[in-house]
Each structure stands twice: as C-alpha cells, then as structure tokens.
Design a binder for this molecule. Sequence first.
Ligand code: ZN
Length: 897
Amino acid sequence: MIKTSIKKLSLIFLVLTASAAIAQEVPTPKSYFGFNIGDDYQLATYTQTEGYFKKVAETSNRVKLTDIGQTEEGRTQYMLIVSSPENLKNLARFKKIAQQLAHAEIEPGQAKALAQEGKAVVWIDGGLHANEVVGTHQLIQTVYELASRKDEETKRILDNVIILFTHANPDGQELVSNWYMREKDPKKRVLANIPRLYEKYAGHDNNRDFYMMNLKETQNISRQLFIEWLPQIMYNHHQAGPAGTVLAGPPYRDPFNYVFDPTILTSLDAVGAAMHNRMNNENKPGYTQRGGSVYSTWYNGGLRTVTYFHNMIGLLTEIVGGPNPSEIPLVPSRLLPNGDSPNPITPRKWYFKNAIDYSVSLNYAVLGYAQRYRDELLYNIYHMGRNSIEKGRKDTWSFSPKKIEAINAAAKNEKGIADNDGEVVLRKQLNVKYFDTVMKAPANRDPRGYIISKDQPDFNTAIKFLNALIKSGIIVQKATSSFTVAGKTYPAGSYVVKTDQAFRPHVLDMFEPQDHPNDFKYEGGAPIPPYDAAGWTLAYLMNVKFDRLLDDFTGPFERNPYGEIIKPENTVATGAGYILNAGQNDTYRAVNDLLKHKQPVYRTVNKGDFYVPASSTAKSILETANIKTNVSATPQNKVKVTPSRIAIWDVYGGSMPSGWIRFLMEQYHFNADVIYPKDIDAGDLKNKYDVIVFVGGAIPSVQASETGGRLTPKTEDTPDEYKGRIGKITAKTSIPQLKKFLTEGGHIVTIGSSTNLAYHLQLPVRNAMVEIINGAEKKLPAEKYYIPGSVLKVRVDTTAQANWGMEKEADVYFDNSPVFKLTDNAAALGKIKPLMWFNSATSLRSGWAWGQIYLQDGITAFEAPVGKGKLLAFGPEITFRAQTHGTFKLLFNQLYQ
Ligand SMILES: [Zn+2]
C-alpha cells in the first residue's frame, strides 16, 4: 500500500515537473506569427492573436486566459490575468480584497490589513481604436515579456501585481489587420481607407460609450472594471501623440472634473512621473504631458475617463508609430524643453519597433510603480471610496464655477475692491460671509440621494438608465412598498440611488449638471474646445424623472446586488383594445413587432398614442413587449399606421452617427436599409423608399458641396464589395435626386449639419447665429457664441405629429448645432412649421454655453412641405451616440406612414 502511494506520488511529481518544464517554453511572437512584433509592414490579425494568447496561457503558469464575453460580431473577447503562479492560485481571495477596498464599506483598520494582504490590480488594454495598431501589438509583446522574462523586476511585478491584459476590440483588429495585410507586397501596405467602422456600430465612438454601455464590448469591459476586479490603475493605449512628440500621457490638462477625488489628480501626477522618469532613464525622449496635448480629465464616458468617477487611476497614452516607417517631424516649438515636455525629441526616422519598445517600457513603468506602491494603491482606493461615502452621509457643498461666480457676485459691492487705473484690485480680505452665503446655503448642498418614482411617463427608459448605473458598479435600491419622503408619496417598485457610496462621483455626474468652466486662450480670446463633450447629464438626456433630495431619507429600500440588471416592467391590460402610450420609447418596438405580425395598428390623432384592437397575436406580443398598455374602446379619431420603407445614409469608411442609428433601428426593431451616395445619385428613390435619414456630416454646405466634403479612395484600389460605397453627396447630382424624391412624396429626415439640405432647397430659413456688422450678416465668432457638446432645454410644439409623445419641454444634446430663423413670413404662409425652439435666454441645462443669450427665439427644428413630400430638419443631435433616449421619438415618429 505505502509503496504504491509513494510510486503514485512520484509519478504525479514527475508529471508536475514535466509540465512545469514545458511551462517555461512560452513561444516567442516570432515563432508563432512568423515575424517579431514591431517588424515593419507586419500586423497580426485577431484570429492569430487569439491563438497566441491561448498558446501563452497553455505554456505559462503566470497566465490565465479569461473569456469576458462576446463581441458585436460574435468573437470571444479575452482578458489575460497575469501574476505569479502563487497569486494565480489565490485569485478569488485577491479579487475579493480588491472589491472590498474599492467599495469601502469596511472600517479603516480592516482596510489597512487588507491593503497589506492584497495585490495591486492593474488593467492594461490594447486595440480599442483598431486603426491605432500599436495598441494590440504592444499588448501581445507585453504579455509575452511578462509571461517569459526571468529578471528581478519582472519577478517583483508578478509577486505584487495582478495584471489584467484585455483586448479591447477583437472585431476591429481582425478588420484592420486583414485590410492592411491584403497587399502581398509589404511596401504597398497602407492603413488608410478602411472600408467600414472598426466597431460594428460605433467605430471610434466605442470610446464614448462608457456611461451608457450600449455596446457588447463596453459591457464586457465595464463588468471586469466595475463589478469584478475594481483595479486601482487602468491603462488605455491610443494613438497618436502631437506632431513633434512621441507620446502624450499623464498627467493631463485642466479642466479637472470637480466631482472626483483630488487623490485621482495627485495619483496621475505620481504614476505619470514614474512613466516619465523611466522614459528619461531609458533615453526615450518625446513624452509630453498636461498642456502639451488636448487631453483633460473633464469628460466621463471614455474608457480612461470613466474610471476617475470610480476612484481609479485612469491612464491614457497617445503614441506615434505604425507598421510603415515614418518620421518624427521638425516642429520648432516642440524643441524647447518646458514643464509639459521636459525631454523633447529631435526629428528622426521612426519605426514600429520604436513605438512597441516605448509602449512596453511605459507598461513596465506603471507595473513598477504598482509593485512598489502596492499597499498604498490598495489603501488609497479605499480612502477615496470612504471619502465619498462620508460626503454622501453629511451636508456637503461641492465647488463649481457657478458657485465661485455667485461668491464674486455677492461680494461685488464690497468696500476694498476698487477700480484703480482701470484695474480691479483687492485692497483687503473679502469678508468670509460671502463664502458662507453661497457655500453654507442649505439649498446649495449636494444631494443625499435621488428617487426615481415608478410613477413616470416612461418607466422602462428610467430602468435602462438605472441599468447603466448598475453596470458601472453603482448601488441602486428598490422600494419594497410605498413610502413618503419630504411629503411626497412614492409607489412600491420605485428606485433610490443614494450618494453615500464609493462611486459617488459617478452618481453625481449622471444626475447633476456638468458646470464647465469658461475656458479661454486669454481674456476675451477664443474658447478652448473641451476634449469631448462639456455636458452630458445622462438622466437629462434620457428624460428620466427624478427627485433630488438634499436631506437624508430612509424607507423600505432593498439593495440590488452589485451588477445585477433590473428587468423591465410589463403591464398589459386586457380588453377590447390596447392603448400604447407614445411617451414610452419601447412602445415603438412593440408597434414594429405588431406590424411585422400583420396586426392592425392606429395612432390617435390628438396625442399620437397607438391603438391596437385586441387579438391573441397582439396579446402575446404585448405580454413580452416590456411596456405598459391601457385598455381602450376604439378611439374615434385615428389613423392607420403602416411601416415606411426606411433608408439610412452612410458612406465609405462608415459614419459613426449613421452607425448609431443602425444600432437604434435594430434595438427598436425597425427595418432599415443602409444606402450610399451612389444609391442616391442613381435616382428612382421614391420607388424604393418612403423616408431617408441623413445624420450630421452627410449633406455638405452649399459653399462646400462642390469642392470639399469627404475624401474617398480610388475605385480601382477598392475591393468589389465596397466599391458601391465610394462617393459623396454633391449639389450637382445628389441634391436634384433628393428634391425629386421629396416632390414625389418622400420624407427626408436631416439631423445636425445635414439640415444644410434646407439651404440647398432654398427654403425660407437662415442661420440665426449671426450678427450684423456694417449692415451685413456675419456668423457669430466663437469669442461671442460657442456651445460645445452640452444639454440644452427647448420648447416643443406637442401638437405637431412629428413630435408625438414628446413633452412641452425637452432636453436636447446640442453641439454647436444649427439654429434657424425664418424669412419671408414663412410660418404664416405654411412654408415652414417650427417644431422646437429656444424660448429662454438661459437654455443651458448641463455643460457650457458661452453666449447662450443669442439662442433666444432661435428655431432648432422644423418641417417644411416640399412638393408632395416633407423635409424634417433637427438641429440638435437627437440620436447622439444612442444616449439621447429623451429625443429618440423625434426620429421614430418619422418612420411610419
Ligand atoms: Zn484612440
């Protein structure tokens, strides 16, 4: 017996040592791909990369391959967890520690102990923007080095850090690498002219989806970041650095977003310094930070930036390089060292390998920092979470530009501020009471929480909003019975989001207005554009009704487990017929399902609610439609609804706004064709379609239509399947076809800059954002009027059929969008029907609206009869990134006959 056991044991021992021996032989990239990562003119596809990752996981005991979900095109998205073999055996424990520290619901003593016991968790991704090919290739190379290197530093990193190497966009890598490698002759390979979006719907906007999480890849990534692993550092690789530099990296320029913890900014300094130092010590010049590039910490919604609202140190680098050798150009202003760029690079040849070497060094710098400051990183995320919870538990006043303005306004008559030779000078200290009047005023406190009543026009859209919060790791509570807060009673099933939670910054950011500072190059000068949007308050964009509570409140609230999605509500009343409220977005999906099943559907002519006569088919569809229906007798005034034949404009390479509408069409079950300029130029449009939708960027301005517009590739260089996509809308060929389509009874929906079509058609409208200079109309300069991506309030004509289901005021996403005024008495003559307009001098709800007074009375949407057809013009981005649920109906209403 004993002998056999020993024999068995030694056998097992032999097997173990044998596999350990094999485990040392991690294949080099060259042995697997046939080229070194960073060789000129060579890119790996995702299929190859996936195979390599599997091989590395098989052969290395430092690597665990994890499937984090499917992509939009059905590929598997992987995350490689890399750490010492010992750590990999205890992953569940280390994950639990990371979660407990990030959630910060434990006492400081326990947190200190866990910070000692835990391992730093660092996320490194690659390939999010698939044409920025350094991203995926540095990921492959870094994984290889961590899996195979035996030096002291690598060992210390593996012992102290759990690295989450995540492929951010598998579909994109497959598309881009195959496109590039399709040329047999390496010297002919180019990345230009990729025929379609490298994320099925969003392309580059896949990095603008991180609070909404429409896309599968975003959901997969967010789950790992905010539900599963809660890393203390996340590093998101991009391209390219500003001309004359190699890369832009942390820390970043202002504005600083006021809602997140200051430790985020000081940590960006610390990790940024570690990255910068390492590059200097390795003689790798050309790193620029802060004002050296455009990246700020203001925006939420990017993969890097969303992490700040979760107390994580989000790193972004934008590096120069690609498989085709290039140059670091001569940019004299970049040569003089300064605080932004202490170690400038001189002009030189630049190879793919240089970019890969830099990237691996940057990764090692971050991992080196993480292994040295492991316990501090772990404790700091706890400390930030704790700060958030405490701020949410007591009266807290956050600073914002508006509050500083209010303090200044209160103090403006203070003695001691004197006008001295035309200059305002402060002669003595301001009385602190001016601070107190603003920063101790009870009404100016930050909310303790928000209540989303079940009793609201579109509760399922509110649930979609809550699910976006839940996917981002936010604690949401549900009322198990009715309750009363501040004199108002809410029904059971209402939801509560309190601010005493670790990710309070994200909660505030989704409910509260962003107050972007007035940011100018110099006093009186041109505005500095924000890196992305200035304002995006998601609750506003989705038209979620909520109450904002400044005092603490309690109730019969049950906590939703982290990451657990809320199911939509479904209430079907049984009767002779059903009324489907036009105010609910999901009504439109149900209607489309009913129409596809040949059910009769009507719209009542007063409000646009849908009426469906009872039938067993209708009942079964409505029972799973996730909407609320009411019973109805047959309404008197109703019109029959039939589906329109819908076309969505797109272009070679793919338009992101068009891709987002394609996404919406699928989500809401509309059938729509995608058409290209050549299809329009071919004519006969009315025989094919009832409605054509043009997103921003489709219709050029009258001035630019002959000369400017999109560059598209040569037909002879383009594979057959994409040849039909080449071309652009022209005044000479396309516009006459669109005019014919309208005259014959077609409808055209234009959004954003494509409202230019109104000018091509010479409709009686003009740009309202102008001033009169020497008797002539001039476009307002940015020094006077500038509204980058922000949320604005508009007045809506609710009697107009185009606006059915809308309320009389709406929050719209506006990005220096077109605003119109009418000419020639156009409204009275029935030539133009205004649909939405600004009825206030202060229309800003969230963001930045310099010179918003000019908006007053401007028309922001209208419809105009053209022959037997109709043009609909929406200035604001009514379908923006599939986030603006509050204005989707403005598109949906136009898609029926
Ligand atoms: Zn990028």
